[in-house]
Design a protein around this ligand. Structure first.
Ligand code: ZN
Length: 237
C-alpha cells in the first residue's frame, strides 16, 4: 500500500476509490485546501458579504486564497506538464460560508484557452434563458461523481467586484454553466442534486477521465441518488 494512502484516509472513503489516479486526485483536492465532499458547509446556504466588509483584510485574504486555489498547478502524469485545473470555485469549497465565487468568463468549452478568473461577490442570477441544454459536469467537491446536467444556456448575473462596485455579466454556453454551478454552491446545491435520472449520474475513476466524454451517453458505472446522498452525508459526531 503506498505511503500516501494514509493521508487519503482523512478524506471520506465514500467519495473516492483507491486507484492511483483517484488517490492523486483526492490529494490534489486536499492540497488546494478543498473541504471534503461530506463537509456540512457544502450543504449550507452561504452568508452574503456585507458591502462595507469587501475592503476588509479577511475578505481580501479569502479572495486571495480563492485565486491561489483556482490557479493551482497539478502534475499531469501523462503529459508531464503543469496546467490550471479550475474554471470556477466557490468560497464554501475552501471552507468559508460566504457568497463569493470565481468564474473564468473567458474559458472556451474545450479548455484550450483560459482567462483570469473573475471574482463575483454576492452574485445573483437575474435572468435565465428559457432554452436549456445538457452538459457534462464534475466538481472538486463531489469526489468521483460526474454527470450530465440540464441547465439554461444563458444567464445574466449581477454581483459586486473586488472593489465593491456593482457589475453585470451575460454568459452563454460553458461559462453560463460554470456560473450556475458555482452560484449553486452558495445555496448548498451541488450538480448531482440537479440530475433527476440515475443514468446521468456517473462514477468515474481519474484514469478514465480522458475517455469519459466519448462514452458519456453509455457510461455503465452509475451513481444512484442514494449513493450520492451517502457521499454528501455529513458524519454525525
Ligand atoms: Zn463545484
Amino acid at each position: 500500500m503506498p505511503a500516501s494512502k494514509n493521508s487519503v484516509q482523512l478524506l471520506p472513503n465514500d467519495a473516492y476509490d483507491d486507484t492511483p489516479g483517484d488517490i492523486e486526485r483526492a490529494l490534489i483536492e486536499s492540497d488546494l485546501g478543498m473541504v471534503a465532499p461530506n463537509s456540512k458547509l457544502l450543504n449550507d446556504i452561504a452568508k452574503p458579504v456585507p458591502p462595507d466588509e469587501i475592503d476588509s483584510q479577511h475578505v481580501k485574504q479569502l479572495i486571495g486564497r480563492l485565486h491561489d486555489a483556482a490557479a493551482g498547478q497539478r502534475r499531469d502524469s501523462r503529459k508531464r506538464k503543469k496546467r490550471r485545473t479550475l474554471v470556477g470555485l466557490a468560497a464554501p469549497q475552501i471552507g468559508v460560508s460566504l457568497r463569493i465565487v470565481l468564474i473564468d468568463t473567458k474559458v472556451d468549452a474545450n479548455r484550450k484557452k483560459y482567462g483570469k478568473p473573475e471574482c463575483f461577490i454576492n452574485p445573483e442570477i437575474v435572468w435565465r434563458s428559457r432554452e436549456t441544454e445538457e452538459g457534462r459536469e464534475g466538481c472538486f467537491s463531489t469526489g468521483q461523481i460526474w454527470g450530465l446536467v440540464r441547465r439554461p444556456i444563458a444567464v445574466k448575473v449581477k454581483a459586486l467586484d473586488e472593489q465593491g462596485k456593482p457589475f453585470e455579466r451575460i454568459m452563454e454556453g460553458f461559462t453560463a454553466r460554470i456560473a450556475q454551478h458555482e452560484i449553486d454552491h452558495l445555496n448548498g446545491i451541488r450538480f448531482p442534486d440537479r440530475i433527476s435520472s440515475d443514468k446521468k449520474r456517473h462514477w468515474v475513476h481519474a484514469e478514465e477521465l480522458d475517455d469519459y466524454p466519448k462514452r458519456i451517453k453509455h457510461w455503465e458505472r452509475l451513481c444512484s441518488r442514494v449513493r450520492w446522498e451517502e457521499v454528501k452525508a455529513t458524519p454525525t459526531q
